[in-house]
Design a protein. Structure first.
Length: 293
């Protein structure tokens, strides 16, 4: 698989920083060989904040971090680096504790987009290839819309299906502003895939792109879409579009990780679906937490 040294996670892009600012977070940048974006959330009615640094790739000097964030008076800082399971990328002189509550996925599946479409299809599980063919035979039509071209009506259609059929997590309800802000910040670096049968929207996915990676961000299917296995075709079209855009990796943005069973036990169902596309399972280093300066 491609080295993580040349890959760019979505959370360390100026587009994602733009989104976080629109969602009420403050953003600081640590300079170095590459920029590291830091996200700060002030606590309501209190003179304190919380900080997260996600998928950073360079060693951070603790003194520089303190200098940058001191004015925010952080209660704690959560870290999830862009490093793999058996490799530690820590802040120099940093003493942090293991954290059992990840903010972002700790395990995922990567599809290598350098491979031909024929090879990618061959590496899928037979049932997934069959489902894609079945959906096509049932006359399900798909359409890809770039983020800078989507209409207000199409965005609202996406939101309504997402709102009514968001899988697996009742706690974090779909937020239209989140969808709108992502579209506004990523523009050409995002796209939507819609699937219809008989003019009824049955499945969809929203993909965010960094410089060289695509991320499966939001998706949903109607009850009819689930019966049709429409999501199989939608995801295949998203992979194909990511390949056409010259990206290197398609990231399924999370599968179940047994290291964090308590927080991810509800992920096992959709993880089974994602594994049907083949690819390589990737485990990241576990998150850490420093509760006080």
């Amino acid at each position: 698989m491609i080295s993580n040294l040349i890959l760019q996670d979505i959370r360390q892009t100026r587009e994602y920083a733009c989104f976080m600012e629109k969602m009420g977070w403050q953003v600081e940048v640590l300079e170095g060989k590459r920029k590291t974006y830091i996200y700060i959330k002030k606590l309501p009615l209190l003179p304190f904040s919380v900080i997260k640094i996600l998928r950073y790739k360079q060693l951070i000097q603790l003194n520089e971090l303190r200098k940058t964030t001191k004015k925010y008076r952080p209660l704690f800082i959560k870290l999830q680096p862009f490093s793999f399971r058996n490799f530690k990328l820590e802040i120099r002189n940093w003493r942090a504790k293991p954290d059992q509550h990840p903010l972002i996925p700790t395990k995922t599946i990567w599809i290598d987009l350098k491979k031909s479409e024929k090879r990618l299809l061959k590496e899928m599980k037979p049932k997934m290839r069959y489902n894609i063919g079945l959906v096509l035979r049932k006359r399900v039509k798909t359409k890809i819309v770039s983020g800078d071209k989507i209409t207000d009506g199409q965005l609202m259609d996406f939101y309504h299906l997402w709102q009514n059929n968001k899988p697996f997590n009742w706690l974090f309800r779909p937020n239209f502003n989140e969808l709108r802000h992502l579209k506004e910040c990523f523009k050409k670096r995002c796209f939507f895939v819609f699937a219809w049968q008989n003019k009824n929207l049955v499945s969809q996915v929203f993909i965010l792109c960094s410089r060289n990676m695509a991320f499966d961000w939001f998706g949903a299917s109607s009850p009819e879409g689930r019966k049709l296995f429409a999501k199989s075709l939608v995801m295949w079209q998203a992979i194909r579009e990511s390949k056409k855009r010259g990206l290197k990796i398609f990231d399924f943005e999370g599968i179940y990780d047994s290291r964090f069973h308590q927080t991810q036990k509800g992920w096992q169902g959709f993880s089974f679906f994602k594994k049907g596309f083949g690819g390589e399972e990737v485990e990241f280093s576990p998150p850490t937490l420093r509760s006080v300066w």
